[in-house]
Design a protein around this ligand. Structure first.
Ligand code: NAP
Ligand code: ZN
Ligand code: ZN
Length: 373
C-alpha cells in the first residue's frame, strides 16, 4: 500500500467547520487520515457530533472503486449515530443533545411521487447519498460520510435514536437494519411465515434478528460451516450449508421469502428451488461482477418473484428503530479505532466479523488546520 497522503482539505463551496475523518484518497490508497469541511448549518440543518459509525460492505465496494467511477477523496460511512451539537434556525424537531442517526441518504428532491410516498430512496431525481453524491445543498461539493467527527444534514433526513438502545450497536441499524427491515415489511412477514436469509454478515444477521422479532421461522443459508452454531445462537431455527447439494435439496419448497445479502456473484437457481409457490427472493447484495443467469423455468414453475430492494425511506427508518426498541434488537458489533479500519475492511471481505465493525470516532485524529494540508 502507498504511504498515507498528506491530509487534504476537501473542497466545499461554503466551508464551515473542519472535521477529522478517515477515507480513501484513491481506489488503492486504503483508508488514510483526511480532513473534511462541513458546511455551516443552514436554517433546516442539524449538526451532529458523530460518536459511532458502522462499516458496511458497500463502504468497501465504494472506497475501492468496485462500483465504477468514484470521486476521491471519499469518506465512507452511512451508519451514523451521534448527538445534535447545533440546529439551524428553522429546526424544531431536534434540539442540542438529542441522540440521532443518519443512514444512507442525506437529501432527495422531495417533490417526485417516490419522495411524496416516503420512498425517498427511490427518488426519481436521484437521492443524495451520504457519501460520494453531488450535494444539492452545497454547490457541486461531493458528500462525505460518517468516518468523521461531525456531519451537517438537513433535519428531514435525520432520525431519532431510542434512549433504551446502546448507541454503538444501533449504528448498523441505519443501513443493515433498515435494508433488511424494508423487504420483510414489504412482504408483510408475520408469525407462521418462513424466511430464508442468505449470507450471515452485517445485513444477514440483522435479517435473522428482525424476522424472528416479526414472529417468522428463520432458515439461514451460509457458505461458512463455522457460522452454523453462531446462526443458531442468533435465533435461526435451521441452518443450511448452501454448497451442500443434499442439504439444499432437503430444503426444497420450504421457504416463503428469501433475503439474499451475499456480496459476491452466486447462483440463485438452487435458492429458487427452496421457495414455495408465490415465493419472493429479494436480492440486496450488489456484487461488483455479473451474477450467473437466472433460469426462467425456476421462476415460472412456482410463480416466483425475483425482486430487489434499496435501503428504506426516512419514516420507515424511524419505524424500524422504534420496532428495534420495542423488541430489544441491536446489531452484534466489534468496535474498532480508526487505526484498524484497513484491517477491518480486509476482515470483512474475508467474512471474518461477527457481525458488524463499528468505528469509535473518538479515535480520529484532531482535524488538520488548512496550513497543515
Ligand atoms: P458482509 O457483512 O460482508 O456479509 C456478506 C456475506 O455474504 C458474508 O458474510 C458471507 O456470508 C456471504 N458471502 C458468501 N460468499 C461471499 C464472497 N465470495 N464474498 C463476500 N461475501 C460472501 O456484507 P454486508 O455489509 O452485509 O453487505 C452485503 C451486500 O449488500 C453488499 O454487496 C452490500 O454492498 C450490499 N448492500 C445493499 C444494500 C441495499 O440497499 N440493497 C444496503 C447495504 C448493503 P456466509 O459466510 O454466511 O456465506
Ligand atoms: Zn450500507
Ligand atoms: Zn424525489
Amino acid at each position: 500500500m502507498p504511504p498515507p497522503l498528506a491530509r487534504p482539505i476537501l473542497p466545499v463551496s461554503d466551508a464551515g467547520t473542519l472535521a477529522a475523518a478517515y477515507g480513501a484518497a484513491s481506489a488503492d490508497s486504503g483508508l488514510v487520515p483526511l480532513t473534511v469541511a462541513r458546511r455551516e448549518p443552514k436554517p433546516d440543518d442539524v449538526e451532529i457530533a458523530i460518536e459511532f459509525c458502522g462499516l458496511c460492505h458497500s463502504d468497501v465496494h465504494a472506497a475501492r472503486g468496485e462500483w465504477g467511477t468514484q470521486a476521491y477523496p471519499l469518506v465512507p460511512g452511512h451508519e451514523i449515530v451521534g448527538t445534535v451539537s447545533r440546529v439551524g434556525s428553522g429546526v424544531t424537531a431536534f434540539a442540542v443533545g438529542d441522540r440521532v442517526g443518519v443512514g444512507c441518504m442525506v437529501d432527495s428532491c422531495r417533490e417526485c411521487e417516490s419522495c411524496l410516498d416516503g420512498l425517498e430512496q427511490y427518488c426519481e431525481n436521484g437521492m443524495t447519498g451520504t457519501y460520494g453524491s453531488t450535494d444539492r445543498r452545497n454547490g457541486d461539493a461531493i458528500t462525505q460520510g460518517g468516518y468523521s467527527s461531525s456531519i451537517v444534514v438537513d433535519h428531514r433526513y435525520v432520525v431519532r435514536v431510542p434512549d433504551s438502545l446502546d448507541p454503538a450497536a444501533v449504528a448498523p441499524l441505519l443501513c443493515a437494519g433498515v435494508t433488511t427491515f424494508s423487504p420483510l415489511r414489504h412482504f408483510d412477514v408475520e408469525e407462521g411465515d418462513v424466511v430464508g436469509v442468505v449470507g450471515l454478515g452485517g445485513l444477514g444477521h440483522m435479517a435473522v434478528k428482525l424476522a424472528k422479532a416479526m414472529g417468522a421461522k428463520v432458515v439461514v443459508f451460509t457458505t461458512s460451516e463455522s457460522k452454523v452454531p453462531a446462526a443458531l445462537e442468533l435465533g435461526a431455527d435451521e441452518v443450511v450449508l448452501s454448497r451442500d447439494e443434499d442439504a439444499m435439496a432437503a430444503a426444497n419448497r420450504t421457504i416463503d421469502v428469501i433475503i439474499d445479502t451475499v456480496a459476491a456473484p452466486h447462483d440463485l437457481n438452487p435458492l429458487f428451488r427452496t421457495l414455495r409457490v408465490d415465493g419472493v427472493l429479494f436480492q440486496l447484495g450488489l456484487p461488483s461482477e455479473d451474477m450467473p443467469p437466472v433460469n426462467p423455468r425456476s421462476l415460472i414453475r412456482r410463480r416466483l418473484a425475483y425482486a430487489g430492494s434499496l435501503i428504506g425511506g426516512i419514516a420507515e427508518t424511524q419505524e424500524m428503530l422504534d420496532f428495534c426498541a420495542e423488541h430489544g434488537v441491536v446489531a452484534d458489533i466489534e468496535v474498532v479505532g480508526a487505526g484498524r479500519l484497513n484491517e477491518a475492511y480486509d476482515r470483512m471481505v474475508a467474512g471474518d466479523v461477527k457481525y458488524r465493525f463499528v468505528l469509535d470516532t473518538r479515535t480520529l485524529q484532531a482535524p488538520a488546520k488548512e496550513a497543515d494540508a
